[in-house]
Every structure is written in C-alpha cells, then in structure tokens.
Design a protein around this ligand. Structure first.
Ligand SMILES: CC(C)(COP(=O)(O)OP(=O)(O)OC[C@H]1O[C@@H](n2cnc3c(N)ncnc32)[C@H](O)[C@@H]1O)[C@@H](O)C(=O)NCCC(=O)NCCS
Ligand SMILES: Nc1ncnc2c1ncn2[C@@H]1O[C@H](COP(=O)(O)OP(=O)(O)OP(=O)(O)O)[C@@H](O)[C@H]1O
Length: 229
C-alpha cells in the first residue's frame, strides 16, 4: 500500500487530472473538497474563524463567505497563516481517515490531491510518488482569470501565495504538463496510471523477500536451539 501526492499550482489543472484518474478507477482524496467540509456551519473550525476574523466573513445564512475570505487571505500573509493554522489540522485528520477507509476497501494506493503539498515541509516524506500538474505560469494566470472571473492583479496575488510552479518541477517524481490541450493531458495521465500500476508489481516481490527472510531467521533460531539442547 502506498500514497501518491498530487499537486500543482492554482488553476494548473489538478481537478482536470483527478477526474481522469477517477475515471480510471483510482482512489483520490481532494484536499480542496475537505477544506470546504471542515469549515461548514457548526464545525470547530467555523467557530474559530468567526472568533479570529469576525462575523463580517460570514454570509447572511451563517456560512463562510469564501470570496471575502479569499480577498483577505490572498492579500495578507499573516491572515493566510492564521487561516491555515485553523483549517489544516482538521483537513489532515479527515484525509488520514479517508485514506484508511480506502485501504480497508482494498485499494493498493491512494492519490492525495494537496494544493500545498510542496509548500509543506513534511508531507512529501509520506508519499511514495509525487506528481506535479504543471502549467506554464502565463497560461495558469489566463485560466485562473477566466475560471474565477478575477482581474490579472487578483490572479497574480493568488499565484504569489504559493511557491512559483517552476520551482516545484525539480521536487516532483512525475510531471504532467497541462499547458497544452486536454487530449495531451489525458495521454500523460494514462502513462502515469501505468507507471503507478507497475510500481505495484514490486509489492509481491517485497512480500516474498520479507517472508523468505523471516523463514531463514526462524530456521536458524530452531537450529541454534537444537544445538544448545
Ligand atoms: C480562502 C478560501 C476560503 C477561498 O475559497 P475558494 O472557494 O475561492 O477557493 P478553493 O478553496 O476552491 O481553493 C482554490 C485554490 O486556491 C489555492 N489556495 C487555497 N487556499 C490556499 C492557501 N491557504 N494558500 C495558498 N493557496 C491556497 C489552492 O491552489 C486551491 O486549489 C479557501 O481556499 C480556504 O479555506 N483556504 C484555506 C484552506 C487551504 O489551505 N486550502 C488549500 C488546500 S489544503
Ligand atoms: N488543458 C486544458 N485546456 C484548457 N483549459 C483547461 C485545461 N485544463 C484545465 N483547464 C481549465 O482551467 C481551469 C483550471 O483547471 P482545474 O480546475 O482543473 O485546475 P485546479 O488546479 O484544480 O484549480 P484549483 O487550484 O483552483 O483547485 C478550469 O476552468 C479548467 O476547465
């Protein structure tokens, strides 16, 4: 069993890649989806957000006003660190629970879609493979502006809240370049899928090696005991 960490930059195409991997039957956990669940009305994180940011970050129905929150945190690194400190611990716990569920269901590997994977100092060490969904920064800005109806300035602020995508290239084991069309991305995802599946092939070999080693230890132990008796 192993974990695959998938990341990228904002609007680089992580969700696009994830939907292809899901079509192929892979188990994928999306940190952005969990990030929405952990701040729902009535959760401890929601109360902490209200305590630290005030009721002005809420909609009339009491839910988090995500546009307002985004405007605050993408312009202010201290506020961003504060929101991260509230949301990241429950996000990590929920991801761990979902990962265990997938392993109990028999999945051999689970793909974790974590936007800030390479920004985190520790998370990559739990991943057998890391995947970067790359998109050249110019295309990334254009797609972000189109997708979120943001001004260029607003889009650049969001990019600045993350490590530059080019600096993540040497940190990843696999890169999917989503700067081109969707068909090219699909082809690369299929190749990645084959590579992940073939790395599973090593698992029986490792299990066999551990079994043989354990057998040898037991055999030597019983021989030594007979010699002493
Ligand atoms: C600020 C919030 C309310 C904005 O919500 P919104 O619906 O507009 O965006 P969404 O959640 O879909 O995120 C879109 C993308 O923004 C980027 N992003 C989100 N949060 C952060 C952050 N704290 N730092 C840097 N980039 C971020 C990621 O690339 C993410 O994929 C929301 O992103 C949030 O609660 N962020 C804090 C939790 C977090 O760090 N999430 C990232 C995954 S763990
Ligand atoms: N190859 C592509 N060609 C054209 N448009 C694309 C391509 N890939 C993704 N897009 C579009 O770019 C936008 C961002 O893609 P997507 O939502 O997959 O990125 P993301 O990395 O998941 O974003 P976020 O960081 O916000 O979670 C979407 O509007 C999507 O439809």
């Amino acid at each position: 069993m192993f974990l695959v960490g998938l990341s990228g930059g904002i609007a680089s195409g992580k969700s696009t890649v994830v939907s292809i991997l899901r079509e192929l039957g892979c188990a994928v956990i999306d940190a952005d989806v969990i990030a929405r669940q952990v701040v729902q009305l009535g959760t401890p994180a929601h109360s902490q957000i209200v305590f630290h940011f005030g009721e002005e970050v809420l909609l009339k129905n009491g839910e988090l006003d995500r546009d307002k929150m985004a405007a605050i945190i993408f312009s202010n690194p201290e506020k961003r660190a504060l929101l991260n400190s509230i949301t990241h611990p429950p996000i990590r716990r929920a991801m761990l629970r979902q990962t265990l569920c997938y392993f109990f269901l028999g999945y051999k590997y689970v793909i974790l879609d974590i936007p800030l994977l390479f920004e985190s100092k520790t998370m990559t060490r739990y991943m057998k493979h890391t995947v970067l969904v790359y998109c050249d920064p110019q295309t990334q800005v254009e797609r972000l502006m189109r997708r979120s109806s943001l001004s260029r300035e607003g889009a650049l602020k969001r990019l600045a809240a993350q490590l530059p995508i080019d600096s993540k290239l040497p940190l990843a084991d696999h890169v999917i370049d989503n700067s081109g069309d969707r068909e090219s991305t699909r082809r690369q995802v299929l190749q990645l899928h084959h590579r992940l599946k073939s790395s599973l092939g090593y698992l029986p070999t490792r299990i066999a090696a551990v079994t043989v080693a354990t057998g040898l230890v037991v055999l030597m132990w019983s021989l030594l005991r007979r010699m002493w008796q």
